[in-house]
Design a binder for this molecule. Structure first.
Ligand SMILES: Cc1cc2nc3c(=O)[nH]c(=O)nc-3n(C[C@H](O)[C@H](O)[C@H](O)COP(=O)(O)OP(=O)(O)OC[C@H]3O[C@@H](n4cnc5c(N)ncnc54)[C@H](O)[C@@H]3O)c2cc1C
Length: 349
């Protein structure tokens, strides 16, 4: 197969880039190793994603597709008090708790309607010049330009010699729950503990996502405090065994090279504390499409560098706001002496 742009990996970053490229008449093929099914962690969409979704032309889809509006965040962070951070002051209204697969399917559908081709159950395993070697539905794809959207694997960029630099190693122990009724209060709950922090978010169809973010080795999934209370009080039943996934902060040493660039988590992966990975992936995908259409990778690289710098500053401030366990290694490692002490773990708007 031949195309103008081949995108390895088919998450939200790929969909955003494919949508914009296809709309501009660029022959684009997305190659995704999975089958677009099953639970995928990452469901909180902050209100400030709205302008991006509007620009992509999928905002009305989001409102129609049965995702759960999220009125704000609640955090136990820096003290034992529960603090409310409602989104009422956001110019974009409430946030969302997504049916993540539904959200991605809709983005992919829109990209395909615009003219992109999506190939699933096919892994990109190699690159030689402008030829991607694949395993699955096709053996190879020739492209004038290649985008690495393989998420935290950064598969293509690394094959091309870029290095992935880990800024803060973290893992998440993630579980999804079902209930007969579930929690009617769809606020996100973030709760610090001595060795990490809990996150929980009600999802559409009476489901709940809960995860513990910490350093390795991975602990058993054992909710505590208000997270446990939420699970027990609303009768949530674990839908499948908990999974351990990489949740650290990392970036590539370079975001682009001759005939390729990396987007989304493949370029820079954010701590889930930011609740901003999806928006950053969509934004990066759109910027990448602009760079390819204009032939100017410089602006893309500068924008990604700025995104990373802003993110690291905010992340440090968030962790610095938790001072209850001065000797706990999890917090000591994440607390630079000079960081601001008032920041709270809500969206990196
Ligand atoms: C535990 C956790 C919780 C999170 N929570 C949130 C949240 O609440 N809100 C938020 O905004 N963000 C959250 N994030 C971050 C968010 O999920 C990511 O930033 C976002 O998915 C990045 O999109 P992407 O398209 O770059 O990568 P991905 O969504 O990871 O997509 C990459 C795709 O590439 C495919 N792929 C990989 N290698 C190959 C290959 N060789 N060939 C073909 N396909 C390949 C994968 O199958 C995958 O589908 C969370 C992340 C984690 C780890």
């Amino acid at each position: 197969m031949k195309c103008d742009v081949a995108i390895a990996g088919g998450g939200p970053a790929a969909a955003a880039a494919a949508l914009q490229l296809a709309r501009a008449g660029v022959h684009t093929i997305v190659i995704e190793r999975g089958d677009d099914r099953g639970d995928k962690p990452g469901e909180s969409l902050s209100p400030d994603a709205k302008p991006l979704l509007q620009r992509l032309g999928v905002w009305e889809d989001l409102e129609r597709d049965g995702h759960l509006p999220c009125p704000g965040n609640r955090s136990v962070w820096g003290s034992d008090r529960v603090e409310e951070q409602p989104f009422v002051f956001s110019p974009y209204g409430h946030g969302w708790h997504l049916d993540r697969r539904r959200f991605e399917q809709r983005l992919n559908e829109r990209a395909c309607e615009a003219g992109a081709t999506r190939i699933v159950e096919t892994s990109v395993v190699g690159i030689d010049g402008n030829r991607l070697t694949c395993r699955g539905a096709v053996d190879a794809i020739e492209a004038k330009f290649v985008i690495d959207a393989t998420g935290r694997a950064s598969r293509i960029a690394r094959l091309l010699g870029a290095r992935r630099k880990i800024d803060d190693p973290l893992l998440a122990v993630v579980a999804f729950f079902d209930a007969d009724e579930g929690d009617r209060d769809s606020t996100t709950l973030v709760e610090a503990t001595e060795s990490g922090w809990w996150y929980s978010a009600p999802l559409p169809a009476n489901r709940l996502a809960a995860m513990f973010i910490t350093e390795g080795p991975a602990p058993a999934f054992a909710p505590s405090g208000r997270t446990r209370e939420r699970i027990e009080r609303h009768g949530y039943r674990m839908a499948a065994a908990p999974r351990i996934v990489d949740a650290g902060s990392a970036r590539l040493d370079r975001f682009a090279g001759d005939g390729w660039l990396a987007i989304g988590d493949a370029a820079l992966a954010l701590d889930p504390l930011s609740s901003h990975g999806i928006a950053a992936a969509l934004h990066g995908g759109m910027l990448a499409a602009e760079a390819i259409l204009s032939g100017n990778a410089g602006r893309y690289i500068s924008a990604m560098e700025a995104m990373w710098t802003g993110y690291v500053t905010m992340r440090r401030a968030y962790y610095a706001a938790e001072m209850r366990w001065p000797n706990a290694s999890f917090w000591r490692r994440r607390r630079p002496v000079s960081a601001a002490r008032h920041a709270k773990p809500w969206s990196l708007a």
